[in-house]
Design a protein around this ligand. Structure first.
Ligand SMILES: [Zn+2]
Length: 728
């Protein structure tokens, strides 16, 4: 026992240190797998010792229940916008205005701080007495959305501040403003996933970060590894010794809050311009998108005496790098067929160096965007022909795209791009999807090969199914799939065919460079994959709108394929069910607890139609016949909600705040849940009851504002005694 308690303390300290080393000091002290192992051990130990509950434990990073919605809160200090410019000369003019404003012509020292401008989202984060209290988006600058649930799972944002080195832990509120961003590697991973699920791609990392931050489910947010850099000071109750921005950044790092390692402090405007120029060369090799350099007067006293205009501070300016655009020649257009049959035009160009990488391929989005145009101006964007001189840019500096054409330079023999009327791979029929009612009627959205046997689709589907994030079949990669298909004698068209490969061992051995060891390893990998469960199968099937996140959500709600098939279209978006309907399906009665299947009004009918289609039913039946397990690994029975105890707490959404003498918070939460309550972390219009102990703060205020019932501790004890729980 004692040693387990020790171990919990040790692991908490170690993992907190490891996070700081990774995010603040940029020098990791342990490997990712080791971190995950230690974290898993800590989770298990904490489950055995609920009395050691600590809201700042590193295990709290994995995400709790989804929140019901967003609350808008006012910023204590407005989050102002920054003037920006694309012109170096205007940065110098800004500096002259600064010197004039300070009443100096060079005799006063005006140090400047330069920081990369991250292409992310501004966020205000507040710690109270060192503990993370609240995070709010910039919003309109005066008020933003409370996204504390998201901040709690962003590992770069400490749940509890360190001791601040020399200056100590800040008492009261300590608010920083910073930038939340999505690392480019994560952006690419998420977009690859969305592409496979046939979802719309995020245009750039900023959109993806914004989309992530506005998710209600902390688990989904935690799964996308958002980063954070602090770059400004908000409300700070206890001033530290720092006299300027540069020192403030250092203090943030001492407290465990990451700041950008490429920031610098310079003493002249020439050096600031030098920093801007140097950084433009270096920034393309970073794992996050940047679009400029922020230059500010470093000293707080000088900032204060400069003040602000009606919309932005006078002591800060952002220089923005112009998006790099190159011209090159469009040589050819490939028509690519994806696993759901979607055909996408892809440009093949003369290679050109763009924003640090050589670019040869670019997306042309869809055929609807390539067309003759009514006006010359529009034509420079849409009337693209093979042989043309085209303009390429990187969207969010990542995905190369063709953005226009030089009409004047069009060669005589330029050829129009013809959308395929037959599938370029199988010659099957192609269907054009009409635009939605509100879209330009002349714009088609996408084109699909309607032949389900299309070999291009079959190949893409098999590759996807075997992929690491789906069925994770070891040894069955793209190359192996191509080799087996090329052999010709081994049937490999359906997912179930994969599991029948064992009966073709001899033929597999006849494939070039497929030795006994390799073949047996492949077959063992295939056998192992049979047990992955419903969510892996669902995400592997490549059903439109069902990526791995949605598949996992469905598997959480339904215990098996059979249960999933019993659900009608509305049950696939359980938020819309009545309490009675939910109970009959074994789901929680409380709609907010059912929200997480995530299927929307548009997607639920499509997914339902696929599941009940002849092809869909045959595919599942085939998989079951070859021994693939179709039961859910993630199912959470709604037992507590399905058999709601008849107590005063039944069906109530309860928020605990302040400290109670009689109960620790976490055990009390579990006790209330066992009595039929849903315990939530934040107060909203959906809260039915707030239990407020000593020194309750903002949650109590919010509850009073919304007119929600509030109980003090004696009232709670009385209610508990009516449920047969004696007070201690
Ligand atoms: Zn086809």
């Amino acid at each position: 026992m004692a040693s387990e308690v020790e171990r919990i303390r040790h692991l908490r300290a170690l993992l907190t240190r490891a996070n700081k080393a990774y995010y603040v000091d940029q020098s990791p002290i342990m490997s990712d797998p080791q971190f995950d192992r230690d974290l898993a051990e800590l989770v298990a130990l904490e489950a055995k010792h609920p009395e050691l509950d600590d809201p700042a434990s590193p295990t709290r990073r994995v995400g709790g229940e989804p929140i019901a919605g967003f609350i808008t809160v006012a910023h204590a200090l407005p989050m102002l916008s920054i003037d920006n410019t694309y012109d170096e000369h205007q940065v110098r003019e800004w500096h002259l205005r600064v010197l004039k404003g300070l009443g100096t012509d060079g005799d006063l020292e005006v140090p400047l701080a330069c920081e990369p401008k991250i292409d992310g989202l501004a966020l205000s984060v507040t710690w109270k007495d060192g503990v993370l209290e609240r995070a709010v988006t910039r919003g309109d600058g005066a008020k933003g959305d409370d996204v504390t649930h998201a901040a709690r799972v962003i590992k770069a944002i400490p749940l509890r501040l360190g001791d601040g080195g020399g200056s100590g832990l800040p008492k009261g509120r300590f608010e920083v403003r910073g930038e939340v961003f999505l690392p480019l590697s994560e952006f690419e991973r998420i977009n690859a996933e969305r592409e496979q699920a046939d979802d719309d791609l995020f245009m750039n990392p900023r959109n993806a970060a914004a989309g992530t931050l506005k998710q209600l489910d902390p688990k989904l947010i935690a799964s996308r590894k958002l980063g954070f850099f602090a770059h400004g000071r908000g409300v700070v109750d206890e001033e530290g010794p720092e006299r300027g921005h540069w020192d403030f950044l250092a203090r943030c790092r001492e407290l465990g809050i990451p700041t950008n390692p490429l920031a610098s402090r310079v003493s002249s405007i020439d050096d600031a311009i030098g920093a801007i120029t140097t950084f433009d060369k270096a920034r393309h090799s970073l794992d996050y998108a940047t679009d400029g350099m922020v230059v500010r007067v470093d000293r707080f006293d000088q900032q204060a005496s400069l003040g602000m205009t009606s919309k932005s501070p006078r002591w800060i300016i952002a220089y923005k790098y112009p998006a790099e655009r190159k011209t090159t020649r469009l040589l050819e257009v490939h028509h690519q067929v994806g696993k759901t049959g979607k055909i996408t035009p892809r440009a093949v160009m003369t290679p050109v160096l763009l924003a640090g990488t050589t670019v040869q391929h670019a997306t042309l989005h869809n055929y609807g965007r390539i067309r003759d145009a009514a006006t010359e101006q529009e034509a420079t964007r849409t009337d693209i022909r093979i042989g043309d001189e085209v303009w390429v840019e990187k969207a969010g500096e990542i995905i190369p795209q063709v953005v226009g054409v030089t009409l004047a330079a069009r060669p005589r023999d330029a050829k129009a791009i013809r959308p395929p009327h037959r599938c370029p791979e199988c010659d099957g029929p192609v269907e054009v999807e009409p635009p939605e009612a509100w879209e330009d009627p002349s714009l088609e959205t996408s084109r699909r090969c309607m032949n389900p046997e299309c070999p291009a689709q079959v190949r893409e589907r098999l590759i996807w199914f075997a992929g690491r994030k789906q069925m994770d079949i070891e040894g069955l990669g793209e190359k192996t799939i191509d080799q087996i298909i090329a052999h010709g004698g081994i049937p490999l068209r359906t997912f179930a065919d994969i599991f029948r490969l064992r009966s073709h061992r001899e033929q597999l051995l006849s494939i070039d460079r497929m030795g006994e060891r390799k073949v047996d390893k492949l077959l063992a990998g295939i056998d192992a994959a049979k047990a992955r469960g419903l969510s892996a199968v669902l995400s592997g099937m490549g059903i439109r709108h069902v990526g791995d996140t949605t598949a996992r959500m469905l598997a959480r709600c339904f215990a098996s394929y059979e249960d999933l098939m019993k659900a009608d279209e509305r049950a696939l978006r359980p938020k819309s069910l009545t309490k009675e309907e939910a109970r009959s399906l074994g789901m929680p009665e409380e709609p907010s607890q059912r929200a997480e299947t995530g299927l929307g009004k548009e997607t639920a009918p499509a997914v339902h139609a696929y599941l009940h289609s002849v092809v869909g039913k045959r595919t599942f039946a085939d998989l079951a016949s070859v021994g693939v397990d179709l039961s859910s690994r993630e199912h959470r029975p709604a037992s507590a909600a399905a058999h709601v105890p008849n107590t005063v707490f039944a069906g109530k959404t309860v928020v605990l705040t302040g400290s109670l003498v009689s109960h620790e918070r976490e055990p009390l939460s579990r006790l209330l849940e066992s009595l039929g309550a849903k315990v939530s972390g934040s107060v909203s219009a959906k809260t039915s009851l707030v239990i407020a102990g000593e020194s309750a703060g903002s949650k109590l205020a919010k509850a009073l504002e919304l007119g929600i019932e509030v109980w003090d501790e004696p009232r709670l004890l009385e209610a508990l005694s009516t449920c047969g729980i004696p007070s201690r």
